[in-house]
Design a protein around this ligand. Structure first.
Ligand code: ZN
Length: 248
């Protein structure tokens, strides 16, 4: 009798700490609310976003922060895209219904991308509130970038390393390609128990951040010869311009 072949046991699902997630929709008649409900499963997308963020920022479950108890997602009519507020144990993510309408043709991806960005704000370290906003936003968009959720209007380049959002995200990704996976995670970790200090870039890479930015821009210029460093076109999602301003 041939030996019985059975599939290997499924790997245990890693024990990521998932807080209690709630959803509030302030205007069910808003077309953005309907698009949301028609295109995503609220609990699934929130769980997926939380696990994605914890995996990218902390890699292993033992390093993941465990203080978070509740995350409330609020869909409501408001200006801008989204923002996150709250305490160390309870967060609220406010998401603009109109933004979903503005990106209706690709709304499942956009919802996922925005939620991943906002969930980073729930879990990232911020140097005891001293981290520059540009780095905070850059790390949030770096996780979105690594999660394969890049919206059509993002471009490499920019004028400053701490410009934030996708400008800083692509810079962080270049650092990762140059100095190894773990670079951004280490920058985040160094802001856990100490105030932000620009020298964390030197600690992680051996170079000052000003020099790193110079090298990055030079690298982009070599890329395709079109001066990609200064490309900052905004062309796709109608509300994309406001993401630099209103997505916190
Ligand atoms: Zn943000």
């Amino acid at each position: 009798m041939p030996p019985t072949l059975s599939p290997p046991p499924a790997p245990p699902r890693p024990d990521w700490p998932i807080p209690t997630v709630s959803l509030r929709i302030d205007d069910l008649s808003h077309p953005g609310a309907k698009l949301f409900l028609d295109n995503v499963d609220p609990i699934q997308i929130m769980r997926d976003s939380i696990i994605t963020v914890l995996q990218w920022l902390y890699v292993t479950t033992d390093k993941a922060p465990r203080a978070m108890q509740t995350i409330l997602l609020v869909l409501r009519p408001m200006e801008g895209v989204a923002y996150t507020t709250g305490s160390e144990t309870a967060k609220e993510i406010h998401f603009a219904c109109q933004h979903i309408v503005n990106c209706a043709d690709r709304c499942a991806d956009e919802i996922r991308g925005v939620l991943v960005h906002e969930v980073v704000h729930c879990y990232q370290y911020n140097g005891q509130d001293t981290c520059p906003g540009g780095l905070i936003e850059g790390i949030a968009d770096w996780v979105r970038l690594r999660s394969g959720l890049v919206p059509p209007h993002w471009r490499r380049g920019g004028s400053r390393w701490d410009e934030g959002y996708h400008v800083t995200a692509y810079f962080l990704q270049w650092l990762t390609e140059r100095y190894g996976e773990g670079t951004v995670q280490e920058i985040n970790e160094l802001m856990k128990d100490a105030p932000y200090d620009e020298s964390i870039f030197k600690t992680v890479t051996g170079r000052k951040v000003s020099k790193l930015w110079k090298l990055y821009i030079e690298h982009l210029g070599e890329g395709d010869g079109t001066g990609a460093a200064n490309l900052d076109a905004v062309d796709a999602c109608v509300d994309s311009d406001s993401e630099g301003v209103s997505q916190d």
